[in-house]
Design a protein around this ligand. Structure first.
Ligand code: SAM
Length: 265
């Protein structure tokens, strides 16, 4: 039987945030294995959801942030506070390095410039970087397989939960995925929003030299899980981009925006 390349212990031993950021979030390097620019469509859709569709509120939680910030750059204009979370301590430490403005932290400037370009002024990227740093109020551990992913912390449900490329990494099978969507969905208050970017039909992805299994998901499985968790799907779209096979075998990325009905509905 093939060795399983997933699970909490495997992640702790083999997932290194700088490898991940170098491979997946380096914009415009021109090197074939650095393909962050491919993730620009996720930023485009988050910009649409927050700036054009007007999803906003007091608090947003990002589940499984890793050490990434690209998924938060539109959100920091629409939410007063952002809570970032990840299962791995090494990811939370890398995130804190950037929050502290450590010179050794990953260079997000090309990504920041792209986010500012979407907002109409790429010159303002340094201000935006500071704004996001001010808006991120907490860096918390999380585990999507727990009924309360932030256990032992119990937070009031929030206005919006975002998660990009996380649940399909943290879940071994579809029933676990469906529970994880419910777990993460429980953090959203009535009337609030749940936003996922999910890799489609992926079975593996690389982080540096290490291969990680990924749960094979289709739009139907994702939509069913979101509905079963009590959400109404507002819109969803396959974004039409892939990574080189040397990095992963994803067929596309699926973006989905859903709303938890308000209590009066
Ligand atoms: C592919 S990375 C995505 C990181 C980031 N969201 C992004 O889009 O760049 C997957 C993340 O899921 C996290 N993860 C894995 N298992 C998890 C679990 N059970 N609960 C929460 N996060 C988990 C990993 O630590 C990793 O940071």
């Amino acid at each position: 039987m093939a060795e399983k390349r997933c699970g909490k212990e495997y992640y702790r031993k083999n997932f290194f945030p700088r490898n991940y950021l170098d491979m997946y979030l380096t914009f415009d390097s021109g090197e074939s294995l650095n393909c962050g620019t491919a993730q620009a469509p996720i930023m485009d859709k988050l910009h649409k959801a927050f700036s054009e569709d007007g999803i906003q509120g007091d608090t947003l939680i990002d589940i499984g942030s890793g050490a990434s910030i690209h998924q938060l750059l539109a959100a920091c204009e629409s939410f007063k506070e952002i809570i970032v979370t990840d299962f791995l301590e090494q990811n939370r430490e890398e995130m804190k390095r950037w929050l502290k403005n450590d010179p050794e932290a990953f260079d997000w400037s090309p990504v920041l410039k792209y986010a500012c370009q979407l907002e109409g002024d790429s010159e303002k990227w340094k201000e935006k970087e500071e704004k996001l740093r001010r808006t991120i109020k907490q860096v918390l551990p999380c585990d999507v397989t727990l009924a309360n992913p932030l256990d032992p912390l119990v937070l009031q449900p929030v206005d919006c939960v975002v998660s990009t490329y996380c649940l399909e990494s943290g879940c071994d099978d579809v029933p676990t995925y469906r529970s994880a969507v419910k777990n993460v969905g429980s953090l959203v208050k009535p009337g609030g929003h749940l936003i996922f970017a999910v890799v489609l039909e992926e079975t593996y992805y690389m982080v540096g030299p290490h291969k990680f299994d990924c749960l094979y998901l289709t739009p139907e499985i994702i939509i069913d899980a979101v509905k079963e968790a009590g959400f109404e799907v507002l819109w969803s779209q396959a974004l039409g981009f892939t990574f080189p096979l040397a990095i992963c075998d994803a067929k596309d990325t699926f973006f989905i925006v859903a709303k938890k009905p308000s209590e009066s509905q």
